[in-house]
Every structure is written in C-alpha cells, then in structure tokens.
Design a protein around this ligand. Sequence first.
Ligand SMILES: [Fe+2]
Length: 167
Amino acid sequence: MDKRLVDEINKQITYEFYSAFLYLSMASYCAENNLLGFENWFKVQKDEEEFHANKFLDYLHERDEHVIITGFDNPPEEFTSLLDVLERSLEHEKFVTSRISLLLDIAYEVKDYAAIDFLNWYIKEQTEEESSFKTLIGQVKLMGDIGPGVFQLDREAGTRVFTPPIA
Ligand SMILES: [Fe+2]
C-alpha cells in the first residue's frame, strides 16, 4: 500500500480509540448527573468506536501492513450540560468525517481501489453517526435538558444495545 495512506490509517486508529475515550468520559459525566440512560448510550457509542478502530487495524493486517498503536491526548472531562455533551459529540464526529474524507482523497490519488471500497463503509457510517447526534440534539432542544422531558429521553437512551455494524 501507499505509505502515506498506511500512515494516515494508523493515525485514524488512534483517533478512533480517542473517540472511544471521549465517549467514555461523556458517559461518566452522564452517570455523575443522574442520566443513567445516556451513560448506557455513550458506553455503547464507545463500543462502536472500538469497533471502528479494530476494523482499521484488521484491514492493515489484511493488506500485510504494519500497525502502530500510539497514545493520545486526554479527552475533556468537564461538560456543562447534556446539550453541551451532544453538541461537542457532533462537532467531533464532523472532524472524524473530514478525516475519513482525507483517507479517501489519498486512496483515489494513488488509485487504491480496494482501499476506496473499504473506506466507503466509513463514509456511510459517519453519515449515520452525525445523523444520530443531530437527532438527539433536536430532541433535547425540544424537551429541554432538565425536567421530565429529559427523563423520558434518558429512559429511551437506556435501551440502546451494541450490535456490531454489518461489515
Ligand atoms: Fe468512529
């Protein structure tokens, strides 16, 4: 594979694990603020990010490339409200989408059609990620992030379970 593409995928593995830690930090904020449903929701989100990271990792091995596991910055630990958590999540997902686009740009540049096919899965996944945060932000704005409205949303968030996305 093209070296730049391998390097950027390795970086992406780090970003996906960072995302997992970011969502775990948000899950903790929810737990500490009596939003146990959203705590569950963000823990499921963390599982999804680990899935994304492992999928990249497996792909590099499949293509006979070297995987580099690195550390990363501490995720934020202070949030002001549930809405703040969700808005910062959406902002983060937009950043991740731009990263996936960069990977695809390189894959097209070097005409790596196998990588293009692989990366298209992430494009679709990112559309879903951004959409689910946008929906939650809209619902929280509608119901208010304190009071009985959020209690209802929290109960729904508590029913989310991790199902590995279809590869
Ligand atoms: Fe991800």
